[in-house]
Design a protein around this ligand. Sequence first.
Ligand SMILES: C[S@@+](CC[C@H](N)C(=O)[O-])C[C@H]1O[C@@H](n2cnc3c(N)ncnc32)[C@H](O)[C@@H]1O
Length: 307
Amino acid sequence: MRAMRQAITSGAQHVRPVLDDALFARYVEIGLAVREAFCTPALRETLIARLKPHRRLIAGSVPAGIQQHGMLPERAATRSLAEISDSDLAQWLVDDGRLIYGEFTQQELDNYFEAIAPWLPPQGHFIDLGSGLGKVVLNAALALPGMRCTGIELLRYRHDMAQVRLAEMLVAGADEDPAAAASVAARVRLQQQDMFAADVGDATLVYVYSTCFAPLMDRLGEKLARELQPGALLTTVTFPIMHPAFELLKQFAPPSVAWTTVYLYRRRSVLEPVPPAAPNFLYEQDGAAWEYALRAAFSAYDEARRA
Ligand SMILES: C[S@@+](CC[C@H](N)C(=O)[O-])C[C@H]1O[C@@H](n2cnc3c(N)ncnc32)[C@H](O)[C@@H]1O
């Protein structure tokens, strides 16, 4: 199945389009104000003061959306940072973080499916929440031939790219292994949807590449605890699920499966109704180190402009 797998690699470097449709109008409006404050020396102290209390919502020092690979349009801000409320800014940081794209390498995915094999039932339903360009769903369709495989992705362009990749994989498979290609075609479903609105009630295994979802982990845990059947499996990446409805089966420390920690949980059967989990702060950044790194990013930006 070399050609089929080949069709679904190398999504991590894809060219990001500009996010400018109505659904993201508010994200863009706030993002432009944040970017303006980053680029304008007179506004930087305010930017630091506004972001610092929310730094645990930022993956790294500079919000991803205002960096070069971000998806903001190239136009001037229509509002200033001063006009953005603190709660809107915090929500923007959550939204910005969760739009970051990343994939495991093919080797890491192979490691993953091999590592979880002892716990997997032969049949069922695999769901990738936040499925991006479809790499995990399509690999799952090859690695788990007894399972239906569904990907749920928020961004239209990523969903569209996943569909193109599925089509390319099926074309490659038609030559290479027609039976495998037909089986993949019958079992894979790609949906453009917010994962929090998706019904995962019949999932046997839910996978979440949650490295940039730290602020969402509690909300995810509660949704999954409410919807998953006892015995269902759950994988998160980098951050654990702290909800008491989930029993940790295995924690794969790096580099045994991947560059980061991979968790495997099972939905317990005894907790009904599920109590809400206490909020967890999974990702803390030291304030001084964060500020130092942000100031270094200001300098790097100024230097690049001068060059
Ligand atoms: C780190 S990428 C992982 C992509 C894919 N699962 C993989 O591992 O190759 C996370 C994906 O989650 C998507 N995402 C973020 N929030 C989402 C939401 N509320 N509903 C659905 N997808 C979401 C992002 O757009 C992004 O494509």
